[in-house]
Design a protein around this ligand. Sequence first.
Ligand code: NDP
Length: 286
Amino acid sequence: MPANFKAELVACFGQPVAENPTGPMQEAAFQALGLNWRYLTVEVSPDCLRDAVLGLRAFGMRGANFTIPHKVAVLEYLDEISPAASIIGAVNTVRREGRRLLGDNTDGKGFLRALRVDAGMDPAGKRILVLGAGGAARAIVTELALAGAADLLVVNRSPARGERMVADLASKTGARISFEPWRGPYPVPADRDVLVNATSIGMHPDIDSIPPIDLRAASARLLVCDAVVNPPETRLLQAARKQGLPCLDGLSMLVYQGVIGFELWTGRQAPEAVMRAALRKALNPD
Ligand code: NDP
């Protein structure tokens, strides 16, 4: 066989991006499957986004992740956007097919896969409470709505942002989604099957913070999920475990996002266990 020293390239474009742990997870997966692929973590400022996308094409890269602050701005440079990403209004994963760049959003898809695989729960017919109305909440609520959740209740500190998101997603998905403002400790209603913290409360460096909620009336089977990845074991999950509630951490969501991206780019089945171990190590190197 003739020598082939050309690596296939994918990247993460963001700013700031240095602490994004996706690189080591994808590199470990490429290595495990013996693929000569590289995942580059690249700092791209907003005024260079167009050039970065042109570079992606020029280098014949297989695709890329787009993270803060590019998830919305990148839309105008893409040739096609998945139905869910159009509803969400943001793209975090791009795949190149020939000259065409196809955009998708794996934030909510990663959560759904974690819910199904790691927590063994099918969201269809479930009653779900989501804390937050930022980018992660929007992606999670969209995918839960498309997956047939029976009732979605969103609680957010800024009422205007929460109301806007709920009205928009309810009209685009046709799902039953309602909003309540978050004032003081929010009593989690007894009828909820799942609670998702999609706020940044509890995220490094603010690791001692916990979302102001009251779990006393919650169902004994309530599945408590946290989107926060760093640290994976947040104060919220610690409190829920203490109460005997089942839990799902944000690490699972991020692993499955990586798995979905890997499969989109390479067409190969992702080595999930390898990716999970690499991500855990990247987040906690000691
Ligand atoms: P955004 O900045 O878009 O949204 C932040 C949300 O948190 C808003 O709803 C905001 O409310 C709320 N919030 C922040 N601080 C407080 C507070 N003190 N009290 C009440 N509400 C608060 O962030 P993202 O949606 O992008 O990210 C949210 C979290 O999800 C982060 O921890 C992020 O790391 C994580 N994430 C995890 C992923 C994974 O794969 N596991 C993927 C993507 C994100 P308000 O509107 O009132 O400001």
